[in-house]
Write a protein that binds this ligand. Structure first.
Ligand SMILES: *[C@@H]1O[C@H](CO)[C@@H](O)[C@H](O)[C@H]1NC(C)=O
Ligand SMILES: *[C@@H]1O[C@H](CO)[C@@H](O)[C@H](O)[C@H]1NC(C)=O
Ligand SMILES: *[C@@H]1O[C@H](CO)[C@@H](O)[C@H](O)[C@H]1NC(C)=O
Ligand SMILES: *[C@@H]1O[C@H](CO)[C@@H](O)[C@H](O)[C@H]1NC(C)=O
Ligand SMILES: *[C@@H]1O[C@H](CO)[C@@H](O)[C@H](O)[C@H]1NC(C)=O
Ligand SMILES: *[C@@H]1O[C@H](CO)[C@@H](O)[C@H](O)[C@H]1NC(C)=O
Ligand SMILES: *[C@@H]1O[C@H](CO)[C@@H](O)[C@H](O)[C@H]1NC(C)=O
Ligand SMILES: *[C@@H]1O[C@H](CO)[C@@H](O)[C@H](O)[C@H]1NC(C)=O
Length: 188
């Protein structure tokens, strides 16, 4: 009986801990890493955040050097990111009210690119309608999917493509064209 109670207690605490102190990390544009723990609403107390700098060889953890603040409270940490570290595990430790929450993160597929920029439309000689956009970088491994509709017809999607332009076939002056862009965030 005691064993069962102990087990329930531990699993309840584990569940509660992961719900309220879940650290989520995301590689931003392969430039830096954003870790945050404010998804369940802003905490009303500061936490301390440690990480292993993607170094699984050593057991050394160091404190966050650039905290992200929200309404005067720390809600996240900005970490440096080296591409060489992308297949290694990030270990984080959040210390909140004397309790420690340790997590392991595999960030290989947790990459968010900046959205496409400089969206522009060009009509040439009333016969060619071109849509252009720019990726901020890594255009070789980014894909975009163009969604468009003519007048108020259904939206159509084009296959994700690497090109940073789309030419509307047989455009007509009497139609209304609407475009949508959807950043595909999978790289590597
Ligand atoms: C914690 O965050 C990760 C990554 O966003 C998510 O997959 C997981 O379901 C979350 N866990 C809880 C208990 O919210
Ligand atoms: C990084 O995290 C902070 C704090 O949660 C947030 O305000 C910011 O928008 C995030 N940056 C990106 C690019 O998601
Ligand atoms: C939380 O941390 C921030 C940044 O270090 C600090 O400015 C603020 O005073 C702290 N708040 C509390 C309640 O300790
Ligand atoms: C944290 O630990 C210190 C020293 O053990 C204790 O004095 C303090 O009351 C604890 N704080 C909380 C919020 O449990
Ligand atoms: C694309 O980027 C925009 C602007 O940051 C964002 O609002 C939108 O949610 C992103 N779409 C996807 C599918 O990630
Ligand atoms: C547009 O029309 C002009 C005159 O007919 C022609 O010289 C020019 O080459 C055309 N441009 C394109 C991009 O088709
Ligand atoms: C950005 O888009 C313009 C056309 O709008 C194109 O000429 C230019 O080469 C693009 N720049 C990059 C860096 O892709
Ligand atoms: C968008 O256009 C501006 C002005 O031409 C340019 O400075 C900027 O680098 C472009 N952005 C991208 C992502 O190509």
């Amino acid at each position: 009986m005691f064993g069962i109670w102990l087990f329930l207690l531990i699993s309840f605490q584990g569940y509660k801990a992961s719900v309220t102190h879940n650290v989520t990390c995301m590689v931003i544009n392969l430039d830096y890493v954003n870790c945050s723990w404010s998804e369940q609403g802003s905490p009303d107390m500061n936490s301390t955040f440690f990480h292993n700098k993607f170094n699984t060889q050593k057991n050394h953890m160091e404190e966050c050097s650039t905290y992200l603040l929200e309404q005067g409270y720390v809600v996240g940490c900005r970490l440096d990111y080296e591409r060489a570290a992308r297949f290694r595990t990030l270990i984080t430790k959040l210390v909140f009210q004397n309790k420690t929450y340790e997590q392991k993160h595999d960030l290989k597929d947790r990459v968010k690119l900046y959205p496409p920029a400089n969206l522009s439309l060009e009509m040439i000689n009333n016969t060619q309608l071109n849509l252009y956009w720019n990726y901020s970088k890594y255009s070789h491994c980014a894909e975009s999917e163009v969604r468009f509709r003519i007048n108020t017809n259904d939206w159509k999607s084009l296959r994700p493509r690497q090109e940073q332009m789309y030419s509307v076939p047989f455009p007509s002056n009497s139609n209304t064209y609407e475009f949508q862009e959807n950043n595909n965030t999978d790289v590597e």
